[in-house]
Design a protein around this ligand. Structure first.
Ligand code: SAM
Length: 228
């Protein structure tokens, strides 16, 4: 196979959501750089793939870049994976990819799942123009960001964790109460569900729901009229 850095998307829950090409690449590369070696080992074991795994996460990314780039430059091939979805999308990997591009190494995308697009595809909200914002700041700058987003007349996609989903819905009720919102929870997993409504409705529904799990929050454009 061509010596390159392969950017390999992996499932966000359902292990079947991996492409045939991704499996072929994971079988053929010399080594895999991944966020948490235990998570990627679990995926590879499921598909009976044995491979050298090198950890590459937000903390050690800078230290590992030269080592990985050197190996690729000497003719080896490397697959980059994150714990879930597409590497670099609210995940580590961007610095390694930039370094490979700068160094003239081939960088090959092996496309697959991203939680944002998975949620958007079933949201029923406009998809012609959207803003992927990912995680908004946890503390400093959070209110400023919410205010800024409230003025943007496009579909907005946010990521949120189990710890702050209720807080985020309260903030949306404060900053964007008139914007219809869709929450995708535990997508592709056993307890996948979509919550739909204005922030106030979603907060009311929380009494009967669990806020455990992973969430994508999609906010309709200001000018969008609910038609369902
Ligand atoms: N690289 C990933 C991607 O391509 O979507 C994103 C990784 S980011 C660290 C993790 C966040 O993505 C979660 O906190 C959640 O907001 C979202 N996410 C990941 N998997 C999800 C799922 N199965 N259902 C809903 N949201 C998910």
């Amino acid at each position: 196979m061509e010596s390159a850095l392969y950017i390999v998307s992996t499932p966000i829950g359902n292990l079947k959501d991996i492409t045939l090409r991704a499996l072929e690449i994971l079988r053929d590369v010399d080594f895999v750089a991944c966020e948490d070696t235990r998570v990627t080992a679990f995926l590879l074991t499921h598909y009976e793939i044995k491979k050298e795994l090198i950890s590459l996460n937000a903390v050690n990314e800078n230290k590992k870049i030269d080592y990985i780039i050197n190996r690729i430059s000497q003719g080896e091939s490397c697959a980059l994976c994150s714990d879930a979805g597409t590497p670099g999308i609210s995940d580590p990997g961007v610095r390694l990819i930039s370094a490979a591009v700068k160094n003239g190494n081939a960088v090959v995308p092996i496309p697959g799942v991203t939680a944002a697009i998975t949620a958007l595809s079933a949201s029923g909200l406009p998809t012609d123009s959207f803003l992927y914002e990912g995680f908004i700041p946890q503390k400093k700058g959070r209110q400023k960001k919410l205010k800024e987003l409230s003025g943007i007349d496009r579909t907005i996609i946010l990521y949120e964790s189990t710890y702050r989903i209720e807080k985020l819905l309260q903030e949306l009720n404060e900053y964007m109460p008139k914007r219809f919102t869709v929450v995708g929870r535990e997508l592709t997993k056993k307890f996948e569900e979509f919550w739909r409504g204005y922030p106030e409705d979603l907060l009311a529904q929380l009494n009967t729901k669990t806020t455990k799990g992973e969430f994508v929050v999609i906010i309709a454009p200001i000018s969008w009229q609910k038609h369902v």
